[in-house]
Design a protein around this ligand. Structure first.
Ligand code: C2O
Ligand code: CU
Length: 470
């Protein structure tokens, strides 16, 4: 068996980023980016020689990083080489609805052997990602995701001063197979599919990366895990938090970062020659405590020996200007979240009919929004474009839920989201047994999903949709 590193070396001739990812640029060749979903037997981490049955974009984990410019037209020619249907969702992009990649709502699934051309404009600069959105619970867990970086049109940072790290965890057996064959129903009633192998860009925990001493770096973090909420101690990073979910914020120093599934965070940092800095696990759950301070290192950086000061400046980002919702005139939409293990729900609507608790269990529909499991026929709400909307989430479950709105960014106006409240975000962690309100202007016409990004929760009930009409 060859290791993943050898496999990658043998395989692709893609342009290499410093940290192991292939790179696709929209201004390459004819401007069309080619992505293929493929089944590949390959180890999950570098250094391991046990292969897993992965499903990957262009045979890489993570999938190739797509880098485009703000305002660009992005054209992706997508081929499905898998034996199952799939689609691609461009997470966090305020995208044209027809290109949002949601089978059943915005497009037909891309069948085995078929092709779909995605073609859209990226209105905002920032750190985004793309992932499969058909049976996402399994397809994302098998590796169908990658970074989508939209550069500022006036960026001052060359790509080698940028680092994208995708965090993931994989639940695999000793022999490399995926645990439970994606059928563990009990786990889905609880915290979802939490893996036993953690990877940072396909490397294992504690891998060190050498960076240019004296230079300011922009670090982009993406949580692609199905269910794991990363708690990172970033106090040693000695940098500043620049953006959340792609959008610039007032830069600030923070000690701890909670990164729920699908969320992103950007930092600036700079190291002296030979200086080493580690980002640690603050949850105490990622591995065995080690000798250096007692806590597990998630990843670390080391300044190279160059010693010269490249004399660049700390990244500063321009804030995106999104319309602020009018809270007095907004449509208020209650969203009652129920279900999971220990739930008292006795009946709920599923696929148009009222079901008993037993029937719901059989169908593996164990979570509800407003008493409905999974996508209802009628939208949660339908509003003319330009309407301000407040969604009043009431989480009556014993679990946390990273709630994601498609096609829009929102602000949290009430409740604790473990993030500063004045920022635009597309995915918010709603605490167990707590209330949280988000507000946004529904200004993107079409049919949009609103779902839990704990992907097993989504597939077993936590999905609804809304409509913005013209
Ligand atoms: Cu990243 Cu519908 O999700
Ligand atoms: Cu959830």
């Amino acid at each position: 068996m060859i290791t993943k590193r050898e496999f990658l070396k043998a395989g692709s001739a893609a342009l290499a980023l410093p940290f192991g990812m292939g790179l696709l640029l929209s201004h390459a060749a004819d401007g069309v980016i080619e992505l293929r979903a493929q089944a590949v037997e390959m180890p999950v981490t570098s250094g391991s020689s046990v292969a897993s049955p992965l499903w990957l974009y262009n045979g890489e984990t993570p999938g190739p990083e797509i880098r485009v410019r703000q305002g660009d037209r992005v054209r992706v020619r997508f081929f499905n080489d898998l034996k199952v249907p799939t689609s691609i969702h461009w997470h966090g992009i305020r995208i044209d609805n027809a290109m949002d990649g949601v089978p059943g709502l915005t497009q037909k699934p891309v069948l085995p052997g078929e092709r779909f051309d995605y073609d859209f404009i990226v209105p905002d600069a920032g750190t985004f990602w793309y992932h499969a959105h058909f049976d996402g619970f399994q397809q994302v867990a098998r590796g169908l995701y990658g970074a989508l970086i939209v550069e500022e049109s006036d960026a001052v940072f060359a790509p080698d001063r940028e680092i994208t790290l995708i965090l993931d965890d994989w639940w695999i057996e000793q022999d490399g197979s995926f645990a439970d064959g994606f059928e563990d129903y009990l786990q889905g009633k609880q915290g979802g599919r939490i893996g036993n192998v953690i990877t940072i860009n396909g490397e294992s925990l504690d891998s060190s990366r050498t960076v240019k001493a004296g230079a300011w770096h922009r670090l982009r973090l993406i949580n692609a895990a199905n269910a794991r909420i990363f708690h990172l101690d970033v106090s040693q990073l000695a940098g500043r938090l620049l953006a959340l979910d792609g959008f610039a914020i007032e830069p600030r120093e923070i000690d701890e970062l909670v990164l729920a599934p699908a969320q992103r965070a950007d930092f600036s940092f700079r190291l002296e020659a030979g200086q080493r800095t580690s980002v640690l696990d603050a949850s105490g759950t990622l591995g065995k405590p080690n000798d250096n301070g007692g806590s597990t290192t998630v990843f670390c950086f080391e300044g190279d020996a160059a010693g010269t000061n490249p004399n660049n400046v700390e990244p500063t980002l321009r804030k995106a200007i999104l319309p602020d919702p009018n809270l007095d005139k907004a449509l208020r939409v209650p969203l009652l979240m129920q279900g999971g293990s220990l739930s008292s729900v006795q009946k709920a609507v599923y696929a148009g009919a009222i079901r008993t608790r037993e029937q719901l269990n059989e169908e593996q529909q164990v979570w509800t929004f407003n008493g409905i499991a999974n996508l209802p026929k009628e939208p949660l709400f339908s509003v003319p474009v330009g309407t301000s909307v407040i969604i009043e989430m009431q989480n009556k479950t014993g679990w946390q839920h990273p709630m994601h709105v498609h096609g829009h960014h929102f602000k949290v106006i009430k409740g604790n989201s473990s993030r500063p409240s004045d920022v635009w975000q597309d995915t918010v962690l709603v605490g167990r047994m707590s209330d949280l309100q988000i507000a946004f202007v529904a200004d993107n016409p079409g049919k949009w999903l609103l779902h839990c990004h704990l992907l097993q929760h989504a597939v077993s009930g936590m999905r609804t949709w809304f409509e913005v009409t013209t």
